[in-house]
Structures are given as structure tokens and as C-alpha cells.
Design a protein around this ligand. Structure first.
Ligand code: DAR
Length: 343
């Protein structure tokens, strides 16, 4: 796709900003600053530096969604495939769904996460070192007041030597610096300062602090009992939202650094071993499309499939409830497993 002449980014790119940031919109927005001083040029620097971006823009605070609505709304409506009159669906109920694969023949693990940001702080790509440390301290205090069933330990990465950090990383209990897209957006600045992870005693619930968003609240467990993982996640979300004021908009839902994550800000997925479907990708793609699922490589976004282990998760985040997402995933996995068994 060709960018309009006069725009400050790569002439040919498939990103959402190439498609939706017209010269008029750029000129209308370029001199606007959000209350934290964030500009449109800062918001699109990742898409400028990485012409292969799929989106190319990151919010620097919750007010970015209003200040730059002229370009963010068309991007949101396009990416999330939203119908006119769309709105976030807030309901969040415990799920009751049978384990699809109790023998763990196919489903290796289930992982459900939500992104959350604290409204009174700038977002991850727009924070100075003091703000990252203040955010970390704020959530550390919240972790200390969790109920017994959710209690655990918080580890700040700056308190770890390389050996200790790598040991956590190998167990999937830490996170590295973000990719080049996040790097160009300023999200990796000062890493590992202010970054860390909370882990519940049963290790099912984890919270990443100061990664792409202020919080990534995660529940994960071996096997395919997605309802059990979802219900554990809800407990943690409810416990933290009582203590922390999350960036939220009635229509757009929970606000995140990347516009692809707003709404429920939830990604619910499994790692599933599909030897036959790996050889019949069109079958898998059809089931994924029919059940609003996205297929990723073993390591998640922008990675390859290794040993026929796929990352299958919800494609929709906004305009439907978290419970609908889990139900879509459950029904989609039922269809995938049925097809894998009978191919
Ligand atoms: N890599 C950026 C963002 C894509 C969505 N993934 C996120 N937010 N982790 C891009 O514009 O391609």
C-alpha cells in the first residue's frame, strides 16, 4: 500500500497507519500533545522505523485515545472488525466448561491473560525511570494485600543476577526485552529497571509488571481445562481492580499501549499438538476463521511452529465479552480436536 506523499513514513507499507493516517489527519493531529506531552510523531515512530509493522502506532497514555481519535478510531474499527454502534461488553462471569482433553493428548497447556494499565500513569513507551519505579511500587503494595488464595511473591528483575534471571526465564517466569516494534515505541527503555513478576504460590497466576503494558495478569496451567484457568484469572483481576484504578473507557473498554489489545484486553489460548492438521493448514485456517480464532507459532506472535505445536487463541478482543471469547475458544478447540482425530 502506498503512503500519501508528504507523510513522514515509509512509502510502501501494509501497516494500519499507512492505510488510515491520511495527510489531512496527520496535519490536523501533528501539533496536538496529550496531558503527559505525548505526540502523534511519538505514537507512530515504531511504524516509521519498522515499515513491516501490522499496526504501527502505540498510545502513550489513556488520553491518546481521545487526542488522536481521528486516526485511532478508524484503526480500531478496522482491526477489530467492528460493526456501527460497537461497544465494549463488560460482563465477566465464572465459566463452566468441560475439559476438552483430560488425557492431554493434544492440548499441552492453557494460558489466559489480560492487559491492564493504571490510568494515572503514562503508558509503557512514554514513561521515565521514576514513573516506572513508582508504577512498580504501587502494584507491589497491591500484591501485599491479596487474599490468602492469591498470595505469592514479587521479584524485581534488577534484584537478580544473570544466572537467577535466566533460571526464571527458562521456567517461563520472566520476560525479556520486547521486540523491535516495542523497542522503537520506547517500551524497552531503561529495561530491566521497574520490571518484575508476581507469582502466586501455586504458580498458576502470574503478573508481569512494566512489559508492553503496566500489567499483564496471566493464569496458566498444563492441559486444556480453560474454564479452570479463566476462573483463576477472574479471581486475580477482581482482587487487583479493587485496589488499582485501571485505564478504562465505557465504549473502548480497557485501554492498552497497542490498539489491538483494547476492550477485554484478553488473549485466551492453548498450546496444542496437531501433527495431521500441520500437514493440512487450510483445514486449520477454516476452523480458526469460523470460530474467531488466530493461529500463531509455538512462541506466539511472529514466531514459527515447532514440532507441530500451535498457539491457538482468540482473534477478537473488543465488542464481545470475555466469556464469549472463552466460549469461542472452547468450541473452536472442540472442532480442531475432532478434525485432528478424524483426518
Ligand atoms: N508489532 C506491532 C504491534 C502488533 C500487535 N502486537 C502487539 N501489540 N504485541 C505492529 O504494529 O506490528
Amino acid at each position: 500500500m502506498k503512503a500519501e506523499p508528504g507523510l513522514p513514513f515509509h512509502v510502501f507499507s501494509q501497516s494500519s497507519i499507512t492505510k488510515h493516517l491520511t495527510l489531512k489527519r496527520y496535519n490536523d493531529l501533528k501539533d496536538i500533545r496529550t496531558p503527559s506531552g505525548y505526540s502523534l510523531d511519538q505514537a507512530i515512530r515504531s511504524g516509521i522505523k519498522n515499515p513491516d509493522s501490522s499496526i504501527g502506532i502505540y498510545a502513550g497514555d489513556m488520553e491518546s485515545y481521545d487526542c488522536f481519535a481521528q486516526v485511532l478510531l478508524p484503526i480500531i474499527e478496522d482491526y477489530h472488525h467492528l460493526e456501527p454502534g460497537w461497544s465494549h461488553k463488560p460482563d465477566l462471569q465464572e465459566a463452566v466448561l468441560p475439559d476438552l482433553d483430560p488425557k492431554q493428548t493434544f492440548i499441552r497447556s492453557s494460558r489466559i491473560r489480560v492487559a491492564r494499565n493504571l490510568g494515572r500513569f503514562p503508558f509503557s513507551g512514554n514513561m521515565n525511570p521514576d514513573q516506572r519505579l513508582a508504577l512498580e511500587e504501587t502494584v507491589k503494595q497491591a500484591f501485599k494485600t491479596l487474599p490468602e488464595t492469591l498470595s505469592g511473591t514479587y521479584t524485581s528483575f534488577t534484584n537478580l543476577n544473570e544466572k537467577q534471571f535466566n533460571a526464571l526465564l527458562e521456567k517461563g517466569l520472566a520476560f525479556r526485552k520486547g521486540d523491535r516494534f516495542m523497542d522503537a515505541a520506547g517500551i524497552n527503555r531503561d529495561y530491566p529497571l521497574g520490571r518484575g513478576i508476581f507469582i502466586s504460590r501455586d504458580k498458576v497466576v502470574r503478573v508481569w509488571v512494566n512489559e508492553e503494558d503496566h500489567l499483564r495478569i496471566i493464569a496458566q496451567s498444563p492441559g486444556g481445562d480453560i474454564a479452570c484457568v479463566f476462573n483463576r484469572l477472574i479471581q486475580m483481576i477482581r482482587a487487583l481492580e479493587d485496589k488499582l484504578h485501571f485505564a478504562f473507557d465505557r465504549r473502548k473498554g480497557f485501554l492498552t499501549a497497542c490498539p489491538t489489545n483494547i476492550g477485554t484486553a484478553m488473549r485466551a489460548g492453548v498450546h496444542i499438538h496437531l501433527e495431521k492438521l500441520e500437514k493440512n493448514p487450510s483445514f486449520l485456517e477454516t476452523i480458526a476463521r469460523d470460530h474467531h480464532l488466530q493461529i500463531r507459532g509455538t512462541g506466539g506472535e511472529k514466531t514459527a511452529v515447532e514440532q507441530a505445536v500451535f498457539d491457538v487463541s482468540n482473534a477478537r478482543r473488543l465488542g464481545i465479552s470475555a466469556n464469549t471469547i472463552v466460549k469461542d475458544l472452547h468450541e473452536g478447540l472442540q472442532a480442531i480436536i475432532h478434525t485432528e482425530r478424524n483426518l
